[in-house]
Ligand binder design. Sequence first.
Ligand SMILES: *Cc1c(COP(=O)(O)O)cnc(C)c1O
Length: 394
Amino acid sequence: MKSTDKQLETKVIHGGYDSKDMLGSLTAPLFQTSTFTFDTAEQGERRFAGDEEGFIYSRIANPTVQLLEERIAALENGERGLAFASGMAAVSSVLIALTKANDHILCSSGLYGCTYGLLSMLKEKYNIQHDFSQMENELAIKAQIKPETSCIYIETPINPTMKLINLRTVVKVAKAYNIPVVVDNTFCSPYIQRPLELGCDVVIHSATKYIGGHGDVIGGLVVGSKEFLDSVAMSTQKDIGGVLSPFDAWLLLRGLKTLPIRLDRHADNAERIVDQLRRHPKVVSVYYPNHFDHPDYSIYQQQMERGGGVISFEIDGDKQDVQRFLNELSFIKLAVSLGDAESLIQHPATMTHAVIPVEERLKMGITDQLVRLSVGLESWIDIWDDLQKALDNL
Ligand SMILES: *Cc1c(COP(=O)(O)O)cnc(C)c1O
């Protein structure tokens, strides 16, 4: 289906696929194969030379994976998509493709723990420097751009404090300096935020989260210009080799079909839980973008469709109290990750962000009191009941 003229709710189901091409199979087939045969030696030569279209080997391209790539590109309104074995394979392939030794990366003031780890490694091995920025206005961004800055790397909302960065402001400065803007859009999915439409250059997803949505796949996706992603496909993706398996692509295609309805339920539930948390005496602060007293509420209104399914909140007490609260929960599962049908809760200071030195962690607002809840698809009444009982016990 040519999908540029359809709504997102239609594209998640039909984008890039026509059953007529596949013997009428309603669901896209799973091409669980490592390699593809050539009819003749001459055909093999033409495929390797790029003179004839066709598949060669699944690390280079696979029809099931390719469909997922076309579908995510349609959803983000980008020219090309690429699928990876994990969100981190996507992040590392993009950052390595965009930098060389002695470059500089300007980052949002909070990053996913392993992305932070990757930046530390790039600094140690290749002297690729990085700085963190609140990116609160054009001047602040300009002040941190260096001659060696080769990309701006952003998470918004910032995990786990849910601070937002105004992508249009960043794009305005970045365009003036001709620096590409990369956005990790994992927390939103294309249903909630589409950075390419705001002028950003590259979007990354940990598809493990909302795109898959069922807690059964690890995967990563990237969308951007054909020129840039062609170069990633033939360099860091092909030669480092962190490609997605066909079966995982097939599961992600299945998960994607319900993305809009799942995210509406995640967000409906989250809004109700936020209201309840804010009234509970043992809760000292609640961070959720779609709330009028969130400090970045005006940014929320400009670039996000809904608040999403992740809430962070601080509990009145010390680390032991927080751990006691977490241990008291019944069906809300104690686990990292997010975006699954099941509600998941975790303690950033000792789990996802434990690798970050304490001082930097506190500067990011990640205190020992902070917990992050990925609100699931269960009844919000039951989710609140579970939280309330554990809070009341403190
Ligand atoms: C989970 C996550 C990643 C890493 O993705 P994996 O699929 O676990 O490799 C990157 N960025 C964000 C914001 C994430 O939540």
